[in-house]
Design a protein around this ligand. Sequence first.
Ligand code: CU
Length: 154
Amino acid sequence: MKVSHIVVVILLGGAPLAGCDGDGNGGAENDPRGAPEDLELTVTADDLRFQPASFRAERDQEVDLTFTNDDTTTHAFTAEEVSVDIEAAAGTSNTAAFNVPDEDVVIEWTCRFHPGMRGQIFVGDPQEAVENEAQHLAQRSGDRSRAPSPTKGL
Ligand SMILES: [Cu+2]
């Protein structure tokens, strides 16, 4: 019984591979050195919130942002770390294009008019980004060098 199971698995697993052998068109996603395509994204401000309030980007990716304001007051999309600061009046849209850094980081954005409106871009590996951000925060608020440095040796 076990043997026949294994045979079935091998047969199923092998068939799609053979089908892909024709031309290598599907390989772009597997090339770690290929420049990432632009990320086209719409962030909407509504009810004093950003939606989405967070998104992911590849390292060094260009983000083509459309900022749409569905609210009844002017909002801004301000991300100092990537030098973006645009406004959209109620019922209008604005656009910005920017490159995120080539490192695992969390980039925060906010609305200049409503500091409670916040969002985050997770660049690269999200877990690394969060850890790096935590280290930056720890360094800013006094040295807590107990934290290991996962970027070395890995
Ligand atoms: Cu606002």
